[in-house]
Design a protein around this ligand. Sequence first.
Ligand SMILES: [Zn+2]
Ligand SMILES: [Zn+2]
Length: 488
Amino acid sequence: MSERPGHSYKCATAVRSLEKGALRHLLCRRFIAMLTALERQASISSQTRQSLSECHDCGLIQRLPRADEQASVLVCQRCGATLRQVRASSLALCTICATSGLVLFVLALSLPAVSVWMQGGRYGRSDLLTGPARLRQSGFWELGLATLATLIVLPLLKLVTVLTMAICVRAGRVPRVLKACFAALPTLTEWAMVDVFLLGAMIALFRLKVWMVVSFGPALFALGGSALCSIAVDAALDRFVFWRLVPLRAPVPEAEPSLPAQTSSPATWFGCSGCGRVARLPEGAECRRCECRVHARKPNMMQRTTALIAAAALLAIPANLLPVMSITKLGRGGPSTILGGTVELAQAGLWGLAGLVLVASVCVPVFKLGALSYLLLSIRRGSRAGLLFRTRLYRVVALIGRWSMIDIFATMMLVALARFGWLGSVRPGLGATAFCGVVALTMWASKSFDPRLIWDAAGLNPPLESTAEPLNPGGEAGDTDAPRWVTA
Ligand SMILES: [Zn+2]
Ligand SMILES: [Zn+2]
C-alpha cells in the first residue's frame, strides 16, 4: 500500500508542532525560573542596599544591624560617629515642635525686645529687626545682612523646612526644592544662630546696664522659647524616617543626556551626602531619592579648604587690629578693639563675660585655623597616626565655630540701643566687618573639609574607583566590625 504524500506531510507537521510546543514549554519554564531568580536576587540586593550606610566621618560603608529596642543611637564602630539616631514618633514630635517654634518666632518679631532709659528721661526701644536696620543705616550693610540672615531668615527657613517636610512626606509628594532644603538641614542648623544671638544680647545688655537702665522685652522670651523648640526639633528628628517616606525616582538610563559629562566614569558605591542613601552610581550622578548630585568625596576639598583658611588668617589681622566699635559715654570714649572690649568688661567686674568674649572671639578662631591647617597637613603627608584623635578634633572644630558670632551680635545690640548722642552712643567699626568675615570663612572652611580623607590618606578605605560591592559583614552576631547600638 502506497503511503499518501498528504498524510506523511500532515504527520511531519504535527511532529514539528509538538516539538515546537515542548521546546516552547521548556523555554518558558526556564525563562520563568530565570526571572524568579532575578527577582529574588533583586529583592535581596535592594534589601541589602537599604541597610547599607556610609559613615560621614571615616567613609566606611557598612551594613546596619537590626534595630535594638533598648538602644536609640547607632554608632560607627571604627570612629564612633553617629550613623543614625532613632526617635519614636519623630514626624509628630517634629510637627509640634516646629509649629510651636514658628508661632513663637512670629511673636518675637512683632514684640519689643529691649527698652533702655538714660538720664533726663531719654528712652530707646529695640525689636529684632532694629539691629540689622541700624547697622545698614550706619553704612555697614554687610553686617546688617549677615545678622538678618543668621538671626531671622535661616532659623525661620529651618523650622519651615521641617514642618513642610513632615506634611509632604505624609502626603507622599515632596517637591524638589523641599528635598534640597531638607538635605541641607545640618548646614541650616549650623548657620541659624538664635542661641548665639541670645548669649550675645545678654553680654550687650550687661554692658549697657553699667550706664543705662535696661529692661528685657517679651520678644527675648519668645525668641528663647523658639530657640528651645528648634533644639527640640533637632532632638526629635530621625532623618532616616523622613527620607524613607520619600518615594524613589525612576532609575535614569545610562545614556541619559541630562547627566553631566563626568558621569562616564565607572559606577562605584556612594553614600549620598543629602539623604544618606547608599547606591552604585557614577561620580556626579543624581541621587534617586533627594535629587542631589553625589560625589565620592567633597570636590577639590584640599585646595578649597586651604584657600579659605588662608583668607581667614589674612582677614584676622584687621579684625584684631581695627576697632570693632566706638563707644561714647558723656562725651568721652573712643574706638575699641576686640581685646579692648574684653578688658573693659573685666574692669567693670564682669569677669565671666570677659572670659566668654575672649574665648569666643580670640581663642576659638585661632584654634579653628590651627586645627584645620594641622588636619590638612596630616592628610597631605599621608599620616596614619592618631586617626581617631584627628576625627574627633574635626568634630570639635565643626561644633564650636558658630559661637564666635557672639561678639557681632553683642555689637549689633549695642548699636541698636545706645543712640543718645554725646550722652551715650555706639557705632560699629571696620574691625567688626573683618571679624564677621573671619567667622564666616572659618565656618565655610570647616564645612568644606572632608574628614573621610583622613582615613583615605591612611589607606584604610578601598580606592574610590573600586566598583566592588562593599562586603563589610556588619550585622552578624559577634562581628567586631559592625556598627553598634548604644543608649542615648
Ligand atoms: Zn566612621
Ligand atoms: Zn540622596
